[in-house]
Design a protein. Structure first.
Length: 267
């Protein structure tokens, strides 16, 4: 033991590199473990971001669907809900492609709304898809009524979110903020569908700021009007027996109704 006590302390200088190397290896192993754990945490965070994005998209979709449910429609109007799968949004046309078509009861001319107002009309239908022309399209012309003045006008698309309002009888009576709704004239659009509010351009031109959310448009309702009863005959208003009793022409040989013959001298 005395020999060990004498030589071991003197060997500490020789064991110092080995001890340092052992510490380096241990530190490297700890660093490798920390790096691996860091990579795992990064991957987990990336997956969580993906789930977060999916949750936000679902929340937005649910909000838009709830907004559609808040639209107050006439009881005579049915609807089909469709999703906007593409949006042209070009400087020359404003339209979108829907994932519903003729097999879903969609046909040309039907009006489409979102949770805020009128979006446009159907123009072109296939079995499973259809084309929706927006109100902002240059080919769009909608008969409207300006509330509360009751003046009728035409909303003409100009490829912006503020189409022109044309053919107003008394433009001075139209003030910014007034509501613009469909008039129902022509039978293309149902009446009283909200289009937007009146605004004035710097040039004084009267326009309507569209209420529909075209930038975040994903779902729309295509309106289907219930068929109305058509009057095919006189019905109970005028009975057939009464029509049979009414002479179509008055005979000239009945009593005082007969006209006396005229003489050549006029007497």
């Amino acid at each position: 033991m005395a020999l060990v006590d004498r030589f071991v302390p003197n060997m500490e200088w020789a064991l110092a590199p080995v001890t340092q190397f052992t510490r380096i290896v241990s530190d490297y192993q700890s660093y490798a473990q920390i790096y691996q754990r860091n990579q795992e945490l990064r991957q987990e965070l990336q997956r969580m971001k993906g789930w977060q994005e999916a949750a936000l998209q679902l929340e937005q979709t649910n909000a838009q669907l709830r907004a559609l449910n808040n639209v107050q429609l006439s009881p005579s109007l049915g609807f089909v809900t469709g999703e906007v799968i593409t949006d042209s949004g070009s400087p020359f046309s404003q339209s979108g492609l829907l994932n519903v078509g003729s097999l879903d009861g969609v046909f040309d001319g039907q009006a489409a709304v979102d949770g805020l107002g009128l979006v446009g009309r159907i123009s072109g239908v296939a079995d499973h898809t259809s084309r929706l022309v927006f109100l902002s399209d240059v080919s769009s012309q909608v008969p409207v009524i300006i509330r509360p003045t009751g003046q009728k006008a035409i909303v003409h698309g100009n490829n912006t979110l503020a189409p022109q309002v044309l053919f107003i009888e008394a433009p001075d009576d139209v003030l910014p903020g007034m509501r613009v709704v469909t008039s129902g004239d022509g039978g293309v659009f149902p009446p009283e569908l909200l289009i937007g509010q009146i605004v004035r351009a710097r040039s004084g031109e009267i326009r309507v700021l569209l209420s529909a959310d075209f930038e975040g448009l994903e779902f729309v309702r295509i309106l289907r009007a219930s068929p109305q009863d058509q009057i095919s005959g006189s019905g109970d208003l005028v009975g057939d027996d009464i029509l049979d009793e009414v002479p179509l022409a008055i005979p000239v040989n009945q009593g005082s109704l007969e006209s006396p013959p005229l003489r050549r001298d006029g007497n």
